[in-house]
Ligand binder design. Sequence first.
Ligand code: GLY
Length: 422
Amino acid sequence: MHVLVIGSGAREHALLLALKKDPQVDKLVIAPGNAGTAAVAEQRDVDISSADAVVALARDVGADLVVIGPEVPLVLGVADALRAAGIACFGPSKDAARIEGSKAFAKDVMAAAGVRTAASETVDNPADLDAALDRFGPSAGQPAWVVKDDGLAAGKGVVVTADRAAARAHAAGLLDDGHPVLLESFLDGPELSLFCVVDGATVVPLLPAQDFKRVADGDAGPNTGGMGAYAPLPWLPAGALAEIVADVVEPVAAELVRRGSRFSGLLYAGLAMTSNGPAVVEFNCRFGDPETQAVLALLESPLGQLLHAAATGTLADFGALRWHDGSAVTVVLAAENYPGRPRVGDVIVGAEGDGVLHAGTARRDDGAIVSSGGRVLSVVGTGADLDAARAAAYDILGSIRLPGSHFRTDIALAAAEGRIQL
Ligand code: GLY
């Protein structure tokens, strides 16, 4: 099988490494990729938001399967163009990708499917903002305001704050930029990310994971695209996963089929395990980053065959997934000033070992690997338990040098110490 992966992050690097282990995958191509993915796959350039360019590349490399990593090409309909060209694609149609692209659409689907989620209101007129803020946050007896960009924002469009001025400023800024704002009620309880391979009404869950969205230890500082993750979740009670699949993911997949927006690809449920049971924080239409780096490190089943089955309508026959025992921990190394405007162009030392996945990296003309984005590397450690996986990940990080860079030191720590309670 020839597989073309679209994207350039550590998530795509992890997808390539897992695909490479599949005995049926005999050719791997990545576009546009980064300095690390070039060592795993043939690297090609492409404008990932151009359906014509992706289809032309898929034909050129003889792709039997195209796996689309990021949400932007999905929301723009690149998967539709590939399917129309007769090329199997792992990734939802433009219509189904609205589950991530429009939070208002996702809320409507969840309401119809009877799935618990935060109460919400969309504001598109600045004149309505103050009255809407009064109905949420501390003014409505909740611990904080949750203010989101209604469209795609790479995880950075969310502000959770008990400071009304900060909530208002974020919302007003989004409205000034012409983006509708979603105000939500606050969901208590630990969060988890559940990735499911979905084809129509068929749902195959992967291991549950947890990510860390705030930039600094102790969940301090602004939100980011994700600073680390671990899998599986020792604090999740037995049976909870099956319950979430049955009560949340399957009803949403069925509702999407019912309304003619059949989903085929990776459906990512972000959930809060509240005192009243699981509630959806968000759905995404693709693998999450950095959770994928941890989850796929533990996958034993052949990933290429799994994604191909979903893309060709045979997922229901694939059978149960197999997993390696133990835990995996991902820690993200970010550039100076991330999640603000990151410093780029610095030489990275020690970026080529095992367990080092690349995101914002490029190869300079003189051969040096340099930083080229905010989240630069993901390191992945595995071990018999979370303590061992943490030790492995931080050990790898200790041998990497990037001036001005930063990382969290507490990824998976609370879970390893048994401090996460439901
Ligand atoms: N882990 C957050 C995301 O992928 O959106």
